[in-house]
Design a protein around this ligand. Structure first.
Ligand SMILES: C[S@@+](CC[C@H](N)C(=O)[O-])C[C@H]1O[C@@H](n2cnc3c(N)ncnc32)[C@H](O)[C@@H]1O
Length: 277
């Protein structure tokens, strides 16, 4: 295993491209990136604040491009070069070249189990997704997360821009995923109106699923074939339910405190009856 050559909790205040080049490979579990968004504004920390004097520029032109970034992109990832060429304006090209040069360093740093979250907004998210596909591989794209801002931006003559975007990619298919369980809200629990003898909540549902263009699920159950729908469950699964004597199919969910469980049940008898209607 490769040793980490930096202390946990270190904060660097230099260009991240230089910092990353000094870091050993496969030593990082997770990268969260909140870079400039190409907002076409320049920012300065308020006078009197602890950060006073700090500033960064988020306006981009071709003169900002370092030739070294272009060499790097051409040499390391020709597909990425094509993405840059697709950008509509010089400003967008320049921003993407800056981002691409830095993002190119990141796969090397991540462990095979690692993940990366790139925070951006709709100004460049569609281009950045192509950049991320070219660097991390389309197969490693996991989610596009929409982060709704708490303050509404009232914009005349169009919908308010109220969302940031987080692009979530993994280093490989072996990425760590820690499931997060939360308790059900009273509204969600309200959907499970029945309670069994063990105090577990469940709801009744039918087994049919619309899909008129497919023969899948169109089988006879107790001599009846669903006329305009299909059964969303296999003959074997129905057989299993009935074989257990319960006529039910369960999907269980465990909440974080481990105490309350909601149990989703599909009643095979009811479904069969509905098929007859
Ligand atoms: C969108 S702001 C994020 C601010 C921060 N996450 C926060 O919530 O206050 C972008 C930040 O990236 C920093 N930045 C820009 N280029 C950088 C680079 N090459 N290396 C490291 N940081 C950079 C800027 O100074 C700025 O603070």
């Amino acid at each position: 295993m490769i040793e980490r050559n930096f202390a946990s909790g270190t904060i660097w205040t230099r260009d991240c491209i230089e910092v990353m080049r000094g870091m050993n490979s496969e030593t990082v579990d997770l990268i969260y990136l909140d870079p400039p968004f190409n907002s076409k504004q320049d920012y300065a920390a308020p006078i009197g604040s602890q950060a006073a004097g700090a500033a960064f520029k988020d306006t981009w032109s071709l003169s900002d491009i370092d030739v070294e970034w272009i060499d790097l992109i051409e040499r390391r990832n020709p597909a990425l070069q094509r993405v840059l060429l697709a950008a509509m304006t010089d400003s967008d090209k320049s921003y993407l070249a800056y981002m691409a040069a830095r993002l190119l360093e990141m796969p090397r740093l991540l462990k095979p189990t690692g993940s990366i979250y790139l925070h951006c907004d709709p100004t460049m998210s569609h281009y950045l997704k192509l950049v991320m596909d070219a660097i991390f591989g389309r197969e490693n794209f996991r989610n596009e997360i929409t982060w709704q801002r708490s303050e509404a931006h009232n914009t005349a003559e169009r919908y308010g821009n109220v969302a940031d975007i987080l692009l979530y990619y993994t280093r490989s298919e072996r990425a760590t995923w820690n499931p997060v369980h939360t308790s059900y809200s009273p509204e969600q629990m309200g959907r499970f109106r029945h309670t069994d003898a063990d105090g577990r909540h469940y709801k009744l549902d039918d087994l049919t699923a619309p899909r008129p263009d497919s023969d899948s699920g169109k089988f006879a159950w107790r001599g009846v074939t669903p006329p305009d729908a299909r059964l969303g469950i296999s003959p074997r699964a129905i057989g299993g339910m009935v074989g257990r004597g319960s006529d039910t199919h369960e999907t269980r969910r465990q909440t974080s405190n481990g105490r309350s469980q909601a149990v989703h049940r599909r009643d095979a008898g009811q479904a069969a009856a509905e098929c007859l209607d």
